[in-house]
Design a protein around this ligand. Structure first.
Ligand code: PLZ
Length: 458
C-alpha cells in the first residue's frame, strides 16, 4: 500500500505486547463496532471533548493501535508524544504490575516511598547541567508548569511571567493564560490569571529575513519589551518550549534560546524550559535544550516520562526548589507510586534501548521522505522539527498563507488508509509526526508512503 521509502537505519527491537506490527484494514474507518461504542460515547461523555480518529481502541503496542473491529492502524502520534517507549512497553508493564501488588497509594506527603525518590534522582541526573538539582512530581504537564511558576515566584519574590506567541502550556487557569491560542483553549473561559506577558516568537518561516536575523531581531524586540513594558526586575520567569509543540513545531532559530537564557541570567529571572512535549528523547536529545546547550534553571516534564501513566515533574536548581516554604508544594496524587514505577520502566527503556539515537534515526528517515515530498507538492511550505518530532506546514501554493483545508484533507486521507497523524499550529495548518520511538522501520516507511499519497490526492 503506497510508495515506500526504503532504508535500513532502524535496528529491530522489542515492541512490547505481542501485537503483529502491521497495517491491516478489515473494515472502513470507523468500523461497525467502533460506531456503536462511539454512539455511547456521545451519549455519556461531554460533547466538548475532541476525537482525532473515530475508532475505539482495543489494544496498542509498538507502532500500532488495534481497534475493536480488528483494524491495525499505524500510530504516528504516540498519544501526543507520550508513549515514546511504545504502548505497554515490557519494563513499564512489569514495574507497574509489581507496584500495584505492593501498594497503590499512600500520598508521598503522608508516607514517602522509594519510587518517587528514584524518579527525582533520574530527573536530576538526566536533565542537562552539572549544578545541584532537585525535583517535585505532579500529575500533568499543566500542573508542572503551574508549579514551576510557584517556584520561580517564591524564589525571586517577583510576579511577572513572560511567555511567547504560539506557546502552549496547558488548560488550567494559569496555564490557559500562558497559552497563546484562543480557540479552542481559552474561548469563554476567562477571566484569566494576571501578570502574564506575551512576547513575539522567533518563527523563521513567517519572518521576512534569514534565520540569523530572525533570532537577533526577535531577541532585541523581546528584551526591549520586557525592559520597557514590564521592567526586567519584576519578571519572575521566562517560560518557553524549546520547540513549540501545539503551536506548530516551531523551531526557534539558532541563538534565540541561548540569548533569552542569558538575558534571564543577567536579570535574575528564572528561565523555565517547558519540555512537556519535547522531553525524553523525542527530539533526538534526552531534552531539547541540549541542542544548543541552553542553561535552563527549571525544566518541566510530563507526557513521555512514564510510558502513558499520568506523571509530571519540575526539575532544576536545588536552591530554587528549596526556596519554597515547607508544605508549599504538593498534591494528593502527585508522584503516585504506580506512575513512578511506570516512569522508572520508561526511563530504563529509553536508556537501555538507546531510544535517543533511535529518535535521530527516525528523524532522518522522516526528513528524507518529507523533503522529497516538499519538492513535489507546492502546498508544503516548510518541513521542520528535530529528531522524531517533525512537522509539515501547509500553505496556499506560492505564498505563506496558511492552508487549513489541505491539512484537514491530508489527515483525513491518512486516517482512511489506516495512518493516524495529528494536526497542530496557531493557524491549524500543520501536520505533525510524533511516532513512538520504538516504531518499526517498515511501518514508518509505509506511513510516509501513505502521507505522500495523501498529498498526491489533493
Ligand atoms: N506544555 C509544551 O505540549 C500538552 C495538549 C493536548 P497536560 N500538550 C498537549 C490538549 O489539547 O489538551 C502540553 C504541552 C506543553 C504543557 C502541556 C500540558 O500538559 O499534561 O496536557 O496538562
Amino acid at each position: 500500500m503506497g510508495k515506500t521509502f526504503t532504508s535500513d537505519r532502524l535496528p529491530p527491537m522489542s515492541t512490547g505486547p505481542n501485537i503483529p506490527q502491521e497495517l491491516r484494514l478489515v473494515t472502513s474507518i470507523p468500523g461497525p463496532k467502533s460506531q456503536e461504542i462511539i454512539k455511547r460515547r456521545n451519549e455519556a461523555v461531554s460533547a466538548s471533548l475532541g476525537m482525532a480518529i473515530p475508532v475505539v481502541v482495543e489494544k496498542a503496542g509498538g507502532g500500532v493501535i488495534v481497534d475493536v473491529d480488528g483494524n491495525s492502524i499505524i500510530d504516528m502520534g504516540a498519544g501526543i508524544a507520550v508513549v515514546n517507549v511504545g504502548n505497554s512497553a515490557d519494563r513499564v508493564v512489569e514495574n507497574v504490575i509489581n507496584q500495584v501488588k505492593a501498594f497503590t497509594h499512600t500520598c508521598f506527603m503522608i508516607a514517602p516511598y522509594l519510587g518517587y525518590i528514584e524518579v527525582c534522582e533520574a530527573l536530576n541526573r538526566l536533565t542537562p547541567g552539572t549544578h545541584k538539582k532537585k525535583s517535585v512530581l505532579l500529575n500533568s504537564g499543566a500542573e508542572a508548569v503551574e508549579n514551576a511558576i510557584k517556584i520561580a515566584r517564591a524564589y525571586t519574590k517577583r510576579q511577572a511571567v513572560v511567555v511567547f506567541e504560539h506557546g502552549y502550556h496547558g488548560r488550567t487557569n494559569l496555564t490557559m493564560a500562558m497559552t497563546a491560542k484562543n480557540m479552542p483553549y481559552k474561548e469563554g473561559f476567562g477571566p484569566f490569571a494576571s501578570e502574564i506577558y506575551r512576547m513575539p516568537m522567533a518563527y523563521p518561516f513567517r519572518f521576512n529575513g534569514d534565520a540569523a536575523t530572525c533570532a537577533s531581531e526577535t531577541l532585541d524586540v523581546v528584551t526591549h519589551k520586557i525592559e520597557k513594558e514590564i521592567g526586567a526586575k519584576n519578571v519572575a520567569a521566562i517560560v518557553i518550549e524549546p520547540i513549540q509543540g501545539e503551536g506548530g513545531f516551531i523551531v526557534p532559530p539558532k541563538g534565540f534560546l541561548p540569548g533569552l537564557a542569558k538575558f534571564a541570567k543577567d536579570n535574575g529571572i528564572v528561565f523555565v524550559a517547558d519540555e512537556v512535549q519535547t522531553g525524553f528523547g523525542r527530539t533526538g536529545k534526552m531534552f531539547a535544550v541540549e541542542h544548543e546547550s541552553v542553561d535552563a534553571d527549571l525544566i518541566t516534564t510530563a507526557k513521555g516520562i512514564a510510558g502513558g501513566f499520568p506523571l509530571a515533574g519540575v526539575t532544576g536548581r536545588a536552591e530554587m526548589l528549596d526556596s519554597v516554604h515547607a508544605s508549599g508544594l504538593g498534591g494528593t496524587f502527585g508522584g503516585n507510586p504506580v506512575a513512578c514505577a511506570a516512569a522508572l520502566g520508561a526511563i530504563a527503556t529509553i536508556e537501555e534501548e538507546k531510544l535517543v539515537d533511535r529518535a535521530n534515526a527516525i528523524g532522518k528517515i522522516m526528513v528524507d521522505a518529507l523533503t522529497a515530498m516538499a519538492k513535489k507538492y507546492p502546498v508544503i511550505g516548510e518541513i521542520r522539527g528535530a529528531g522524531a518530532m517533525q512537522a509539515i506546514e501547509l500553505v496556499k501554493p506560492g505564498t505563506i498563507e496558511p492552508n487549513n483545508e489541505a491539512m484537514s484533507a491530508v489527515i483525513k486521507y491518512c486516517q482512511q488508509k489506516g495512518v493516524l497523524i495529528l494536526s497542530a499550529g496557531t493557524y491549524a495548518n500543520v501536520v505533525r509526526l510524533l511516532p513512538p520511538l520504538v516504531m518499526p522501520e517498515h511501518l514508518l516507511n509505509q506511513a510516509l508512503g501513505i502521507i505522500d499519497e495523501a498529498f498526491a490526492s489533493l
